[in-house]
Design a protein around this ligand. Sequence first.
Ligand code: URA
Length: 202
Amino acid sequence: MRAPPEAERRRMMYTWEELKQFVDHCGRCPLCRTRTHAVMGRGNLKAAVMFVAEAPGRQEDQQGIPFVGPAGHVFDQLLEAASMSREEIYITNIIKCNPPFNRDPSEEEKAACIDYLKYETLLIRPKIMVCLGRVAAQRIIRPDFRITREHGLWTERKSYQLTAVLHPSALLRDPSRIPEAKQDFLAIRRMADELADRPAPV
Ligand code: URA
């Protein structure tokens, strides 16, 4: 199988299963030597809402599934508070392998991995993209994005609506911010309802 960048030049599309194969066998950065599993995004392949977080944590690395650890439980609570579920959304990360000691991903790691996210976006064609936390927001929205001040604000990007919310791990550290996060999730629900009749972006 050819690697995604070459395919990008040829404007080819991949199925989720093909992308997962690329991700599972990826050797583009040194994290392939320390990971247990690469973690491909999961969820509804026709989701209107795509969440993008930072990088798999330790439990995600063990299981090969995004957001199965403590942050995942918080994420599920926030979805539930806005009457959403994992069955209707898609969730993925900027990088697909766990950085040792849960450090922030390096610029090199993000650059090595970003094509996978581009291909996931082409495949899912979300109407709404939600950055979970600072690292995703600074990679996707703006390098100087201030998550504590700017979460919950919306901007239109190409064919989709873009916003950022506090990372569930940050809420584990500071539960006093959970009500703010719930408001942001409710706004995501409302935006999804507003866009329901619009066709998926091309
Ligand atoms: N934190 C993340 O950013 N991503 C996961 O998949 C799990 C925890």
